[in-house]
Design a protein around this ligand. Structure first.
Ligand code: IPM
Ligand code: MG
Length: 356
């Protein structure tokens, strides 16, 4: 198979982790007889520095010309405490999601048995947890009208959903539930928000088309509690953009660390694959970042965008074997991990490549 992959490293540890996952993709190509060609593009703070624009047109053009996108992270601390900044790295990520129509964000919460003790949740509550989030990615309060009035003393962000937007993400979630344990939990705040009442109406209607899927509706506050209390009760979780952002950071603790969670952003054209973690400037340049979230994102890329199931499985097996051998990055190590088994970004990458 010949495929063209666009690598968008972005900022901070984004660059460090995609360097490793690109090597993993190259290794898979060699082992299974495929040809992957790679190009690179700028986004976020790196793009602002080079061009003044967090999402240069060239990045969109290269994205459209690619078969899949491997994405790092965006962000820079200098904007976090500057609410008045008009140009921000995150605009690059939100912009590319919108420009490419990436409305479905799949975030699998996969717990590797070896990492049971890395979580702050008790092992007997966690064991066997396996959740797939479908987070809507191009609507909601993220993309509704926002602004200031009263001379800047009042600010607003409108949460807005149209029926078709809910339908298309719900369709993906229901179809996926049919291939899994046939359970779907839709998360909203329908007791308060009108956009959530439309959300619930659409999901209830679609449920009639899937009589085999056991559907429940939870308010987001209750869902946040249940995720920690009893993560095994969930199979597919369907939710909007803002609730999905928050709940998946929470759910990363089920998998032990944000450094373990991969994601796929898909729509009707090219797919984009990125870790759910951010640019982590506190550890940038120290070689400490866990590359596994990016490596697992590369596995999702092979499976979802290229249909290469065996190749994707090979990456998962390599990750599993590496963890079974006791190797850890700092974020997933615990007090019993011997110091010589705690690896940096590149060494963890080499351990995976060796097992591939
Ligand atoms: C994520 C991130 C982004 C989001 C930020 C960086 C804009 O937190 O992908 O979860 O809020 O969607
Ligand atoms: Mg987030």
């Amino acid at each position: 198979m010949n495929k063209h992959i666009l690598v968008i490293p972005g900022d901070g540890i984004g660059k460090e982790v995609v360097t490793v996952s690109q090597q993993v993709l190259q290794k898979v190509a060699t082992r299974f007889g495929h040809t992957f060609t790679f190009d690179e593009a700028l986004i976020g703070h790196a793009a602002i520095e080079a061009t003044g624009n967090p999402l240069p047109q060239e990045t969109i053009d290269k994205s459209n010309a690619s078969d899949a996108i491997l994405f790092g992270a965006v962000g820079h601390p200098k904007y976090d405490n500057d609410p008045s900044a008009k140009v921000r790295p995150e605009q690059g990520l939100l912009g590319i999601r919108k420009a490419l129509g990436l409305y479905a964000n799949l975030r699998p919460i996969k717990l590797f048995d070896e990492l049971l003790s890395a979580s702050s949740i008790r092992p007997e509550i966690l064991r066997g947890a396996d959740i797939l989030f479908f987070r809507e990615l191009t609507g909601d309060i993220y993309f509704g009208e926002k602004g200031r009035k009263d001379n800047g003393d009042t600010a607003y962000d409108i949460a807005i959903y149209s029926r078709y937007e809910v339908e298309r993400i719900a369709r993906k979630a229901f179809d996926s539930a049919m291939t899994r344990r046939k359970k779907l939990c839709s998360v909203d705040k329908a007791n308060v928000l009108e956009s959530s009442r439309l959300w619930r109406e659409v999901v209830q209607k679609m449920a009639l088309e899937y009589p085999e899927v056991e559907v429940e509706h939870q308010f987001v506050d209750a869902a946040a509690m249940l995720l920690i209390k009893d993560p095994r009760r969930f199979d597919v979780v369907l939710t909007g953009n803002l609730f999905g952002d928050i709940l998946t950071d929470e759910a990363s603790q089920i998998a032990g660390s944000m450094g373990m969670l991969a994601s796929a952003s898909i729509g009707d054209t090219v797919g984009l694959y990125e870790p759910i973690h951010g640019s982590a400037h506190d550890i940038t340049g120290k070689g400490l970042a866990n590359p596994l979230a990016s490596i697992l994102s590369a596995a999702l890329l092979l499976d979802i965008s290229f249909g290469l199931k065996t190749e994707s499985e090979a990456i998962l097996e390599a990750v599993d074997a590496t963890l079974k051998a006791g190797l850890r990055t700092r974020d997933i190590a615990d007090s019993s991990t011997p110091a010589n088994l705690i690896l940096g970004t590149d060494a963890m990458g080499e351990a995976i490549l060796a097992r591939l």
